[in-house]
Design a protein around this ligand. Structure first.
Ligand code: FE2
Ligand code: FE2
Length: 184
């Protein structure tokens, strides 16, 4: 493997670290397009929040013999999506941006939709669709970042792995659900 990256001298490291110290974690070596990264992170944040809300609604609305167990799963996922939202918001601030928690922008920024759904199979299906959207969008962002912002990239990969688990669980739930379990 060949790499064109030349190590920065200690002297240069020390001198560039003293410039713009008000930028905190964003140093001269930050190679990504910060504005673009902040935009993507805010879109991911909105997606996570919409997923928190959808899972929350489905948790309370899950009915039928499988309602309790599946509904409990929805609550677990809702809390994990909230955790993702918090990680993304913290990274946005670290990069000198502002996390957008405004209810008015959520559905516009979110990649996934808020679908209320009435029956258990439809709830599972809608959550699975949203997870698949999240998976593709995170994978896309990781590829876009390449090695330009390894911290953000690692964070997104960590979240991506959990979304893949969610999607896998939901696909299993959908398969296990008897066909007459109220899906219309
Ligand atoms: Fe998530
Ligand atoms: Fe998820």
């Amino acid at each position: 493997m060949t790499t064109s990256h030349k190590l920065t001298t200690v002297r240069a490291l020390r001198s560039q670290a003293r410039k713009h110290i008000e930028h905190g974690a964003v140093t001269a070596g930050y190679n990504a397009d910060r504005a673009k990264v902040l935009k993507l992170l805010n879109e991911a944040l909105a997606t996570e929040i919409v997923c928190v809300l959808r899972y929350r609604r489905h948790h309370f609305m899950a009915r039928g013999i499988h309602g309790q167990s599946v509904g409990a799963e929805f609550l677990v996922n809702s809390k994990e999506e909230q955790g993702h939202a918090d990680l993304l918001a913290a990274r946005i601030v670290q990069l000198g941006g502002e996390p957008d928690f405004s209810p008015d922008s959520l559905s516009q920024l979110s990649y996934a939709e808020y679908v209320s759904a009435k029956t258990l199979p439809n709830m599972i299906r809608e959550n699975l669709v949203a997870e698949r959207i999240a998976i593709d969008s995170y994978r896309d962002m990781v590829l876009y970042l390449g090695d330009k912002d390894p911290t953000t990239s690692d964070l997104l990969k960590k979240i991506l792995a959990v979304e893949e688990e969610h999607a896998d669980e939901l696909a299993d739930l959908l398969e296990d659900l008897p066909k007459d379990s109220g899906g219309r």
